[in-house]
Write a protein that binds this ligand. Structure first.
Ligand code: GDP
Length: 340
């Protein structure tokens, strides 16, 4: 498991991710203090996960990645790599951790891939539970996984057994957002067909993916007003976001000059596919969904997934965590006394 940290400050010319523009999030205290958000990316290697993450956050999170050969892949188990960047936009700070899972789907026994990922998610819950029960509750760092982009191959005819198994194993622990990778390899018709097929399979298998919240939920008046403002500023993306799931995206690390402007895109003999062009793919919709729903993703993580974990955990041990912490402290003190 590796963890790296770096600080990134974007100049105006580097473009915006967009989270600083969001009125409903900005007015809340937590955002003024700074946001902590953890995004996990899962999918077979080579589907373009790192490229998409770099495109999403306008940064190079994986500058020198080592790519293993086939023989090595057969032996490989999933690793967990967490990279943290601090992004600041117009005074709003985002501490973003991206958790990558290289090796997923590489090994012959795919069951093993889940274990490592489930364990990682559970460990973050466990850590939070421990911190929450400790004395210093004010400064808990929230490393829980708030969202998981699940990458689906564009080359199949829908979900693979591994996709179904993974999502079923994880949907009770994390907010899953399915994405179709490398959408530039599909014609519009193929894209539509694949999307429909995936949605059908998701419902057939009873997989629960992240649901966009209802704008008229039981929020207070102030929040409703903020949502209206937000909707207005993001129309038409927001209103139609639902119809684009699973998002069919493309990513690129290359800047290409098109009509005198530098854009992120992929250059083909017949033309340029632009990452941020909504007519070419759903990249912008995915990014809008993520930045406008960060707070909701955090709330669902807290109220649903974390609560599930907590109650299961308490049932298992039969003790409130506070008591366990006290017990652990007592044992430690005894051990220290013995050593002395
Ligand atoms: P990862 O293993 O899932 O992290 O995949 P990478 O991001 O390393 O990408 C693997 C290969 O796919 C690289 O050669 C990328 O240039 C290419 N790639 C990444 N995104 C796209 C995309 O949207 N469309 C196409 N056609 N290729 C892509």
């Amino acid at each position: 498991m590796s963890q790296s940290g770096e600080k990134v400050k974007f100049s105006d010319s580097a473009g915006y991710v967009g989270f600083a523009n969001l009125p409903n999030q900005v007015h809340r205290k937590s955002v003024k203090k700074g946001f902590e958000f953890t995004l996990m990316v899962v999918g077979e290697s080579g589907l373009g996960k790192s490229t998409l993450i770099n495109s999403l956050f306008l940064t190079d999170l994986y500058p020198e990645r080592y790519i293993p050969g086939a023989a090595e892949k057969i032996e490989r188990t999933v690793q967990i790599e967490a990279s943290t960047v601090e992004i600041e936009e117009r005074g709003v700070k985002l501490r973003l951790t991206v958790v990558d899972t290289p090796g997923y789907g590489d090994a012959i026994n795919s069951q093993d891939c889940f274990k490592t990922i489930i364990q990682y998610i559970d460990n973050q819950f466990e850590r939070y539970l421990h911190d929450e029960s400790g004395l210093n509750r004010r400064h808990i760092i929230d490393n829980r996984v708030h969202c998981c982009f699940y990458f689906i191959s564009p080359f199949g005819h829908g979900l693979k057994p591994l996709d179904v198994e993974f999502m079923k194993a994880l949907h009770g622990k994390v907010n899953i957002v399915p994405v179709i990778a490398k959408a530039d390899t599909l014609t519009l018709k193929e894209r539509e067909r694949l999307k429909r097929r995936i949605l059908d399979e998701i419902s057939e298998h009873g997989i629960r993916i992240y649901q966009l919240p209802d704008a008229d939920s039981d929020e207070d008046e102030e929040f409703k007003e903020q949502t209206r403002v937000l909707k207005a500023s993001f129309t038409p993306h927001l209103l139609f976001l639902l119809h684009y799931i699973p998002f069919a995206v493309i990513g690129s690390n290359q800047l290409i000059e098109v009509k005198g402007k530098k854009i992120r895109g992929r250059l083909y003999p017949w033309g340029v596919v632009e990452v941020e062009n909504p007519e070419h793919n759903d990249f912008l919709k995915l990014r809008t969904m993520l930045v406008t729903h960060m707070q909701d993703l955090q709330e669902v993580t807290q109220d649903l997934h974390y609560e599930n974990f907590r109650s299961e955990r308490l049932k298992r041990t039969g003790k409130p965590v506070e008591e366990e912490v006290v017990d652990k402290d007592r044992i430690l003190q005894q051990k220290e006394a013995e050593v002395r």
